[in-house]
Design a protein around this ligand. Structure first.
Ligand code: PHE
Length: 455
């Protein structure tokens, strides 16, 4: 593919599904519950929802318009829209962020493959919650198994990336998204009917504002950016493949809606189940993986074949949801190397995959043999998560909102958001107001608040 022959997403549904496929992933089902658990529950969720509404949706529309207008990778996009300026660094920072996220994200994506194996062999049967915790801890600290899985996962991502945008990304998203959704509803119903699940539901719905501190705000904002794939040019790169008649604001609303729904559903599976079997909600990154097997075991223990089918389906869909996200992360870096350095797509993809394998192996080992090597008290895995989700993505979001709110010619903004006047966009003025004032000021205030400067 040369620069002039950039791919396009085929159908309208394909556009939404591919973007939603990027957004929906481990961020919703693995990261959202453990961040909610770490930050005290319902109050965190409320702040998260506000962040999605006033930061996430406007910044998503902004990324869409930058990508579609420029029809380039995220760094090239700023070069086209703001030639000769330093704005290209926003794109470059996004590429770096994507690379780092893919490094540690693929570790967790690899875990899903191990769990597919466990589900298939019905190894959840008859285990106690304490045994689930012990076997998970044994697995992640093993120097080989998680490493092999993460390499396999990255190779699968690589394979789809080199097959091209339309065929690979669109097809996988079209099949897995609806299936995943149905299965999550089934599991949520099972989880809330476990004995003692009420405490988990209360944790999700009854906010305790006395626990809200700077960390909660930063956590909620970071989670919103991470979960919506925002702040690093991922949706900007996807939008560069959008068609000219794609309705950007409606697509953003749909993607944010689907993404939020999946996260909330995941919450309604994890917390009722965790409280029911006595797992601490602040167990951290292990939360999903030590809680969920209990649901299969408790709800379907008497019907082993059903337990196998449902758990197998769940982990396969989780792996696929992670895959549509790793594809989008990989695509950002690959498109950048391909278009900016004139590597062939194949060679660009190989470089990205090799680099991510290296990062992934280091992150994986930092949970086991390398856990004594810490920076600022965090192992490499946690450090990557912290720096990307809580610093780089919000910083990217800040710069994107300033770029659209203050720098880019409003004629261009209007042309893109309204498809050259063909659409009636009622929220246009509000959109500009948010990007000009609310989003940049809000993000800065949350950063300052985190540093404790308001006390
Ligand atoms: N949004 C993805 C998820 O929730 C992760 C991701 C972050 C993907 C940033 C792309 C960019 O799993």
């Amino acid at each position: 593919m040369t620069r002039n022959e950039r791919a396009n997403f085929g159908s309208k549904l394909g556009v939404i599904l591919a973007s939603a496929g990027s957004a929906v992933g481990l961020g919703n089902i693995w990261r959202f519950p453990f961040e909610t658990g770490n930050h005290g529950g319902a109050a965190f969720i409320l702040i998260y929802l506000v962040c999605v509404l006033i930061l996430g949706i406007p910044i998503m529309i902004a990324e869409f318009l930058i990508g579609r207008r420029s029809r380039a990778n995220t760094a090239g996009a700023y070069q086209k829209l703001a030639p000769g300026t330093q704005w290209r660094w926003v794109g470059r920072m996004g590429v770096l962020t994507g690379f780092l996220i893919l490094g540690y994200y693929s570790v967790v994506a690899g875990w899903t493959l191990e769990f597919i194996g466990e589900a298939a062999t019905n190894s959840f049967a008859g285990k106690s919650p304490a045994e689930f915790i012990a076997s998970f801890n044994g697995f992640v600290s093993n120097p080989w198994r998680p490493v092999i899985w993460l390499i396999l996962f990255l190779l699968a991502t690589h394979f789809i990336i080199v097959k091209g945008v339309e065929k690979g990304i669109e097809k996988s998203a079209k099949i897995m998204m609806p299936l995943l959704f149905i299965l999550l509803i089934v599991l949520a119903v099972c989880a809330v009917s476990l004995p003692g699940a009420g405490a988990g539901i209360e944790f999700l719905l009854k906010p305790d504002f006395s626990k809200v501190d700077g960390n909660v705000f930063l956590g909620a904002m970071g989670q919103a950016f991470f979960s919506l794939s925002l702040g690093m040019g991922c949706l900007c790169t996807y939008a560069s493949y959008f068609r000219n008649d794609t309705n950007l604001s409606r697509t953003a609303l749909n993607v944010a809606g689907i993404d939020t729904l999946v996260a909330i559903l995941a919450g309604f599976i994890i917390f009722p189940a965790a409280f029911s079997v006595g797992i601490q909600p602040d167990a951290g990154p292990s939360l999903l993986f030590i809680t969920l097997p209990n649901v299969f075991q408790q709800a379907f223990g008497n019907i082993p074949w059903l337990a196998v089918i449902l758990s197998l389906m769940f982990y396969i869909l989780l792996a696929l949801a992670a895959l549509t996200s790793t594809i989008s992360l990989h695509e950002v870096v690959t498109a950048y190397l391909h278009e900016e350095f004139n590597f062939t797509r194949g060679k660009a993809a190989k470089l990205v995959t090799a680099g991510c394998i290296l990062l992934g192996v280091l992150c994986s080992l930092s949970l086991g043999v390398g856990k004594d090597y810490t920076i600022g008290g965090l192992n490499l895995f946690d450090l990557f998560d912290f720096v990307t989700a809580k610093i780089m993505l919000p910083l990217g979001g800040f710069l994107i909102s300033v770029f659209i709110g203050w720098y880019l010619d409003k004629k261009i903004v209007w042309e893109e958001v309204s498809n050259n006047g063909a659409l009636n966009v009622h929220i246009y003025k509000l959109f500009i107001f948010i990007l000009k004032f609310i989003a940049p000021v809000g993000i800065v205030l949350i950063f300052i608040n985190e540093l404790g400067l308001f006390k």
